[in-house]
Ligand binder design. Structure first.
Ligand SMILES: Cc1cc2nc3c(=O)[nH]c(=O)nc-3n(C[C@H](O)[C@H](O)[C@H](O)COP(=O)(O)OP(=O)(O)OC[C@H]3O[C@@H](n4cnc5c(N)ncnc54)[C@H](O)[C@@H]3O)c2cc1C
Length: 346
């Protein structure tokens, strides 16, 4: 079938019972928050979606938009990028560059080059978005989706939390609060959920047209919250930790004056089971994808993918929020993307 006559799958009227059988009970759920956010009859219990009413109305929202039921990648690509991928491992992209923030307060708080925070700062400043769904840090490093509207809020939520975050709950909160130009940062599963929501027809008027910008993060896997308990046990507590990072097979833990290391293989047992079903390393369906692999320390690797992404990246650069140059190590990125693409399909 050519890219021009791809057919979108239709809205599927299956209920929570089928979602539970196909996705949740089989360990494929990523706890992205889509089903919980968009259905009042589903809630999280210990980070697992559960049905909280007796009668399953079979409305179809949870099953149709869950990124783990089915993922019509060519149809989404055609709808978002106007074409399907030529590069199997990296998806559709217009450019791949190294980039970093120009503002020192962003660089100080950011995980890598501060590109995510800088692009949202530019987009908020220019009114391209009116709210950004990002991930704040709650008690004991528990990630919390938050909708931020200013520079201060963006800086506060910069940096990577390696535990799963139900960021689609933040998207729903933003829609319900009346935001009409929403940006979201998320791991590949968050972006897949948003793209299904944006691409597939639905009869309910869920407010998906309000999502205007998606910034995806590279992601090999994320972890359950018990990973933080393990770190606490190894280090004698988690007080004072200011940053986590994963580099060269180790989890690096930074506090004010010291850096500690735990081999990744020690924490692999805490990896989210749902990640084993994801083949997407570079957030292939986002407008712009950002990661650390492929760039020197203090820089980010950036895939500029959609027309929207290209415009915002160029204008953010022209307005002095970021600087960029050529030189990303595509071979290394491809190697890791290949490793993730060997995961069992959804
Ligand atoms: C679970 C996870 C695994 C990752 N694995 C890899 C990897 O294997 N290789 C790689 O190159 N890069 C990986 N990354 C991406 C990397 O850690 C940086 O987030 C990325 O390089 C962006 O850096 P930055 O300085 O531009 O971001 P910043 O400017 O610091 O902004 C980071 C943004 O990410 C948001 N965020 C933080 N935690 C989460 C979360 N759990 N879910 C969704 N959004 C979040 C923040 O709120 C903020 O908006 C991973 C990120 C996550 C969240």
């Amino acid at each position: 079938m050519s890219a021009n006559n791809l057919q979108l799958p239709t809205f599927m009227e299956f209920g929570f019972d089928k979602l539970n059988r196909d996705v949740i009970s089989t360990g494929r759920c990523t706890s992205c928050g889509l089903c919980v956010g968009f259905c009042p009859k589903i809630e999280f219990k210990d980070d697992t979606p559960v049905f909280v009413e007796d009668y399953d109305t079979v409305c179809g929202v949870c099953y149709t938009f869950c990124p783990r039921t089915f993922l019509p990648i060519p149809e989404i690509e055609k709808s978002v990028f106007g074409k399907v991928r030529e590069d199997e491992l990296l998806g559709v992209f217009r450019d791949c560059v190294l980039a970093k923030a120009t503002k020192s307060d962003i660089l100080k708080r950011a995980q890598d080059g501060g590109v995510v925070t800088s692009l949202f700062a530019y987009a908020l400043e220019e009114g391209i978005i009116d709210g950004a769904v990002v991930t704040g840090t709650g008690k004991r490093w528990k990630p919390e989706p938050v909708v931020v509207t200013d520079y201060k809020g963006l800086i506060k939520s910069a940096g990577t939390k390696y535990t799963k975050s139900a960021n689609i709950l933040g998207v729903k909160e933003a829609i319900d609060s009346g935001f009409t130009k929403i940006g979201i940062c998320g791991t590949p599963c968050h972006i897949q959920a948003v793209r299904k929501l944006q691409t597939l027809e639905e009869p309910y008027g869920l407010g998906k047209e309000n999502i205007k910008l998606t910034i995806g993060l590279f992601c090999m896997e994320s972890f359950g919250h018990d990973f933080i308990d393990y770190v606490g046990k190894q280090l004698g507590g988690i007080k004072g930790i200011r940053k986590f990072d994963i580099k060269k097979g180790n989890l690096l833990i930074y506090s004010k004056d010291e850096e500690k290391k735990i081999p990744l293989k020690e924490i692999s047992q805490y990896a989210m089971p749902g990640c084993a079903h994801c083949k997407d390393f570079t957030a292939e369906l986002a407008d712009i994808s950002v990661g650390s692999v492929g760039s020197p320390s203090g820089w980010s690797t950036v895939f500029v993918r959609s027309e929207t992404g290209e415009r915002i990246f160029k204008d953010g650069t022209d307005h002095g929020y970021i600087e960029s140059e050529k030189g990303a190590n595509l071979d290394l990125i491809k190697k890791l993307a290949e490793k993730k693409s060997s995961h069992e399909s959804v």
